[in-house]
Design a protein around this ligand. Structure first.
Ligand code: PMP
Length: 354
């Protein structure tokens, strides 16, 4: 049946975000920036300690155990944390809450592709300044009038991290706009903009448990800001769905935060592997940005990116590729275990030696 024009015109329609493939068979999965290591054993214990009889009850709508743990971890008040179902949920609510002006919001042309989808979904006008020829964000492009600013740091898929001076400059030039810094990958990079929360009332920082905490499957993300903006976010959440986070996610999230030693070791291993892979790729003639994330954004000057992507895929090695003209020769490769990366490098070595 085809839906009639009269019906279609009142339906909200959007070109959706396309998530990376989630193959169900056994493959080397380096395509969605998951962590190859399990979460802290404390998470397993928390799950075992759960009384399933409690599942009949709704979870705490304020997510208190998790919010408390995160507030301590980030050294802010509990009223400065907002927890959600992955940072996608948190970011989507931020778009709805804070980008509510007729002026266009600003984000880079090459960045997390979900931003464009949310802008379209919520009918927020947007302008996307181009990255420079080294794939860096040009901060002066964000000095113009706008309805809000968002960028990831490190940016995705470029993996480039800008220091806090850069972030502060954008905050300074946008005192009357909300600036969201999406720090999905910051734990692999450097200092977090959460340090600036006390000084800039226009700043929101989002982070996730999906990468450095190995918990993509649990769906936990959060925002850190001042109490006023967090209250605005909560008001919208409670107007939408009060019970967003499951009982399991709340206790597992808190357990993960309690094990700082494991977290630091996990991050250290990924960073070490990343640096080793960068060296190896260089030897094979690949070029890449100075990755500070848990993935590497790379191309080979003599090889077509799409072809490499497809050939790797046919061998059961999944990486990410976009058909966007500016980055079509690039692959985004998640940092896996040393063993997974050895298999990848061996395959790339054979291909590029041809
Ligand atoms: N921001 C960026 C830049 C990302 O790459 C991702 C991962 N796809 C997210 C946010 C969302 O991650 P999650 O919803 O798993 O927290």
């Amino acid at each position: 049946m085809t839906i009639r024009e009269e019906l279609l015109k009142n339906i909200r329609r959007v070109e959706p975000y396309v998530p990376g493939e989630q193959p169900q068979n056994k493959v080397i999965k380096l395509n969605t920036n998951e962590n190859p290591y399990p979460p802290s054993p404390a998470v397993k214990q928390a799950l075992e300690d759960l009384d399933t009889a409690d599942f009949r009850l709704y979870p705490d709508p304020a997510s208190s155990v998790l919010v408390k743990a995160l507030a301590e971890e980030c050294q802010v008040g509990e009223d400065q944390i907002f927890a959600g179902v992955g940072s996608d949920d948190v970011l989507s609510l931020c778009f709805m809450t804070f980008f509510n002006s007729d002026k266009p919001i600003l984000f880079p042309d090459i960045t997390y592709s979900f931003y464009k989808v949310w802008a379209q979904l919520y009918r927020i006008p947007c302008v996307c300044p181009g990255l420079d020829s080294d794939f860096r964000i040009v901060k002066e492009d964000y000095y113009r009038e706008n309805g809000g600013v968002i960028f990831p740091n490190p940016n995705a898929p470029t993996a480039i991290y800008e220091d806090l001076g850069f972030v502060e400059d954008i905050l300074e030039h946008n005192r009357d706009s909300i600036v969201i810094v999406d720090e999905a990958y910051v734990d692999f990079a450097g200092r977090s903009a959460t340090e600036l929360i006390g000084r800039y009332d226009n700043l929101i920082v989002t982070q996730t448990f999906s990468k450095s905490r190995s918990m993509a499957g649990m769906r936990i993300g959060y925002a850190v800001s001042n109490p006023e903006l967090i209250r605005c976010l909560n008001d919208v959440k409670y107007s939408f769905n009060s019970y967003t986070m499951s009982r399991a996610a709340l206790v597992c999230g808190a357990a993960s935060v309690s094990d700082r030693e494991y977290f630091e070791e996990n991050v250290r291993k990924i960073v070490e592997t990343r640096e080793w892979v960068k060296d190896q790729l260089k030897n094979l003639g690949f070029v890449f940005t100075d990755s500070k994330a848990n993935f590497i954004f790379t191309r080979h000057p003599d090889y077509d990116g799409k072809r490499l992507f497809e050939e790797l895929r046919s061998e059961g090695i999944y990486v990410r590729h976009w058909d966007d003209p500016r980055i079509r020769d690039y692959l985004r490769i998640t940092v896996g275990t040393d063993e997974e990366m050895r298999i990848l490098l061996e395959s790339l070595r054979k291909k590029t030696a041809k």
